[in-house]
Write a protein that binds this ligand. Structure first.
Ligand SMILES: [Zn+2]
Length: 553
């Protein structure tokens, strides 16, 4: 079957190919976009409708040990949103639970129902790789992959103290290969290891302070070494970086120090909003988002996703365990800490953002400042750091905040006015995103930053992942319920409802490395850990729908 279809007469927003709302046909054959099709092929009339590539989420938490743990921590939330199994014409949809941390099946259905076709889990400890893949294998509709954690691991620390750049590069490549990951993620470089050595919420590691138990490893050296290794390997996505001191007043200092330490190397800064705070002389947190944006504006090699806070329920879920402990102490909410040997861990706290709360309102405003002050939307990706700033299901509302100034002004009246004072929002930021800019921050930009040329665009050769929206005055309603979604050329959503279940691919990167690092790592974990090295290694047959991207280096 050739799966030919002409989607006729829609308004196409495809910024990667310079197409801005022109009326044209899109042709699909064998799951890809093609330049033309002969007359007489089946057609779908899209007159008056808006066409974009399928959405791409560059940073969310949807699979792996911490996600499972979050589901178990809050059964009372899951009980509210039980999704029953449902028959389809040629199959059925699986039952599950929704809410802030949906089950694997519901995660796929809800991304698809919102017009997204690709999502990347942003933090998997090396020992959690097998678990994460098993859940992703069970996540329908979307293409997916994950970033494996590095930067708080004892093996890297030993290499930084005793070996050279080549050994670090080999270790980075082996870590990605063993986990069958797509990219490398550093969370609070050295900070988690410091907290583990002294588990108190006031444990803080300065950017140039030595990680406990090492000779001369500092956050600066970790960032620099891993970013260089990722660049030297030519991985498609640069270092994915969660800076130190997330959520702490005054953390903009270390964020700026980190950006400077990269010295022109590429990096993607995760949920930058959570790293953009100043501190007033009286100790109150302030927003320094403007300074960070100014730095970004001058450094095209850096990109970020925002990690926008949305008012309502959220779940703090982070490898930065100290932050979870702090939140637990601040709110009195229950929490759980999962320690992973030799690298990372995670902390989870059910949470709620309230508009009248000074800090929450400030976080909300700082996120919007990042979006509205950024000169180049290609450097900024729309995210809520799901479920940390709110659910991915809040994206349509966030899009409305960016596109509809009158709506934004109404929302501004709801939030704590003291928190807004001093932010750019108080100056009456008039910018409204266009549909083309929304297409950049939700699909074209993240696809480019991920190094996935067949995603986020609608040119010939692209995957036929196409979202079709019916324009409405209410932008939120328009983006919440696409009229149609095609995934790999197949119609999977109609009027926001899944009509066919398909399973996408898992993206992984192939980064070559030698045997020497494998045996050195095996010796190290035999000596220091409780798990043998083969527990870190995911086999080829565990990923039935893998697609491998070769490193360019
Ligand atoms: Zn995250």
């Amino acid at each position: 079957m050739s799966g030919r279809l002409r989607i006729r007469g829609g308004r196409v927003y495809d910024p990667a190919n310079g197409v801005d709302g022109e009326v044209r046909d899109l042709c699909i054959e064998d799951g890809r976009i093609v330049a033309a099709l002969p007359a007489g092929v089946p057609e779908l009339d899209a007159t008056g409708l808006v066409l974009m590539a399928g959405g791409v989420d560059i940073h969310c938490h949807i699979a792996g040990p911490k996600v499972s743990l979050a589901r178990r921590l809050s059964p009372e939330r899951r009980r509210r949103d039980v999704v029953a199994s449902r028959a389809l014409e040629d199959g059925y949809l699986r039952a599950g639970t929704g809410g802030l941390v949906p089950s694997s099946f519901v995660t796929g259905y809800r991304y698809g129902g919102m017009g997204y076709t690709t999502a990347f889990e942003a933090a998997v400890p090396p020992l959690g790789a097998r678990h994460a893949h098993q859940e992703l294998n069970d996540t329908p509709i979307i293409d997916k992959g994950f970033y494996v954690l590095i930067g708080n691991d004892d093996f890297l620390f030993r290499l930084l103290d005793t070996a050279g750049e080549d050994e670090v590069r080999e270790h980075v490549a082996r870590t990605a290969a063993d986990a069958r990951a797509y990219a490398l993620k550093v969370v609070s470089p050295g900070g988690i290891a410091a907290w583990k050595a002294s588990p108190r919420p006031d444990t803080r590691l300065g950017f140039d302070e030595t990680v406990p138990g090492t000779r001369a490893v500092t956050p600066r050296r970790i960032v620099s070494a891993v970013a260089s290794a990722v660049d030297a390997l030519g991985l498609p996505h640069p270092l994915h970086l969660h800076c130190n001191d997330l959520g702490m007043p005054g953390n903009a200092d270390v964020t700026l120090a980190t950006m400077r330490a990269l010295e022109g190397r590429r990096a993607h800064l995760a949920h930058l909003q959570f790293h953009s705070y100043g501190r007033a002389p009286d100790g109150r947190p302030t927003s320094r988002a403007r300074e960070l944006v100014e730095y970004l504006n001058e450094h095209p090699e850096l990109t970020c996703d925002v990690g926008q806070v949305m008012f309502g329920e959220a779940t703090a879920m982070t490898a930065d365990t100290r932050v979870a402990e702090l939140l637990h102490r601040l709110t009195g909410h229950k929490w759980i800490d999962l320690d992973v040997e030799l690298e990372s861990g995670c902390g989870i706290v059910p949470f709620e953002y309230r508009p009248k709360n000074y800090m929450h309102a400030l976080q909300w405003a700082a996120g919007l400042e990042l979006f509205l002050l950024a000169r180049d939307p290609w450097q900024v990706v729309l995210s809520t750091d799901h479920p940390n700033g709110g659910s991915f299901l809040a994206y349509p509302r966030l899009i409305r905040l960016l596109m509809d100034r009158a709506f934004r002004d109404e929302e501004l009246k709801r939030v704590n006015p003291a928190a807004l004072a001093g932010t750019a929002l108080a100056d009456g930021l008039a910018r409204e995103y266009t549909l083309s800019e929304i297409a950049i921050v939700t699909r074209a930009g993240p696809a480019r930053q991920l190094g996935l040329p067949r995603k986020g665009q609608l040119g010939a050769g692209a995957d036929a992942d196409i979202t079709i929206y019916a324009p409405q005055a209410d932008i939120e309603a328009m983006f919440a319920t696409p009229r149609y979604l095609f995934k790999g050329g197949e119609l999977v959503v109609e009027d926001g409802q899944i009509v066919r279940e398909v399973y996408g691919r898992t993206w992984q990167v192939a980064a070559p490395h030698g045997r020497e690092v494998e045996s050195a790592f095996a010796r190290f974990v035999a000596e220091r850990g409780t798990m043998p090295a083969d527990q870190y290694r995911v086999d080829e047959d565990e990923l039935p729908r893998a697609e491998i991207v070769a490193a360019a280096g």
